[in-house]
Design a protein around this ligand. Sequence first.
Ligand code: SF4
Length: 451
Amino acid sequence: MALTGIQILKMLPKTNCGECGIPTCLAFAMKVAAGQSEIGECPYVSDEAKETIGEASAPPIRTIKVGAGDSAFTMGGETCQFRHEKRFENPTGIAVLISTEMSDSDIDGRIARFNDLRIERVGVLMKADLIAVKDAKNDEASFTGLVQNVLDKSDDANLILISDNDKTLAAGAKLCGDRRPILFGANNGNTDAMAALAKDTGLPLAVKGENLDDAIAVSEKLIEAGLKDLAVDTGARTIKAAFEDNVVARRASVNKKYKPLGFPTITFPCEMTGDPLMETMIASVMIAKYAGVVVLSDLQGDTLFPLFLERLNIFTDPQRPMVVKEDIYPINGPDENSPVIITCNFSLTYFIVSGEVEGSKVPSWLLIKDTEGLSVLTAWAAGKFGADLIAQFIKKNGIEEKVKHRELIIPGYLATIKGELEEELPDWTITIGPREAGHLPSYLKEWKPAA
Ligand code: SF4
């Protein structure tokens, strides 16, 4: 049962020292109760209180960490069934499968695409997260060779090691060192051996069920054995079964606090169809409906990019507007004579404006001003995109060193602040740009700096 902020406060030192990064113990307790801070962030809590609060405030779906360093991957930690109730926490991991049965060129191609298919949008790096390495021949030597191959060729791939043989998995895990792979998987026939391996190595272990009931039975045994960091594959290999199992698992864990299913799920669209487009469609359903990881048969830009975007959208906080960083964004290789355009940091505005500027092929400087995610007119009405704030931004952001001219193009909807802005920026000519981003390309093609 979740503890309230007041109950948590009773177990804190109440010295308001601020070392947790929050000014008072009460505010910290409220954040812990809301799942926004971890109790371990207070260095003065007793171990006993940590355990009590940690257990009570733990999310119904356990948070599992894989890998190490900057590329570490986190799954689970979910607290709600529907995104609009709060938010979804940790984006579904996208994995590619390689197996000991594949040819060297197939394997190398998949690893290369894992490394190369990376896209940065709105300051977010979108990429696949894991490589699932499968022991398809029940042969330790070829499996460890394949694991080593992945470790050598990809610096930041997190690994899922797949074998029914605990000794083979142990050998693969040893090679991974501190790159902390997921061990996959414990089934009804090898539960004890896999539990012992997971305990020895301290690595997360995936349950590999024949079906949902079987997965629950294995999960219960592993929990009894003292394991906490689990993931679950219910064995579903059709979209209908996988969808149903994921929904049942999410409902049971979030609404009923049902422990055996309180773990992130690993799903295998790669084993549900041979058609790459159908596989992508299945993966998109799994991303929307609760998968912790989707394992794909291959990575291709045209099918991966839509999955990245879907994931980005679903795992944003619906209570906060999407924003981009306040900055100067060079588009199409601008120089000191290129036009300077300013707009707000609402990411939809950024996407549309930057897309139109990019499409115009006119080298330009796009200035993005922090308006707390509000769109142009709303930000202006809320006093966050006024002449004084724009002027401060222009003076401090360094654009004056990047261009020789002094002409600033403002959104057409801000025409009324032209005079005010000219007073604030006496060295600059303020030009009213188009109202609609769609008119920017023709506008920019005609643009010349004011004399
Ligand atoms: S670090 Fe601990 S004692 Fe200090 S303010 Fe935070 S919760 Fe209170």
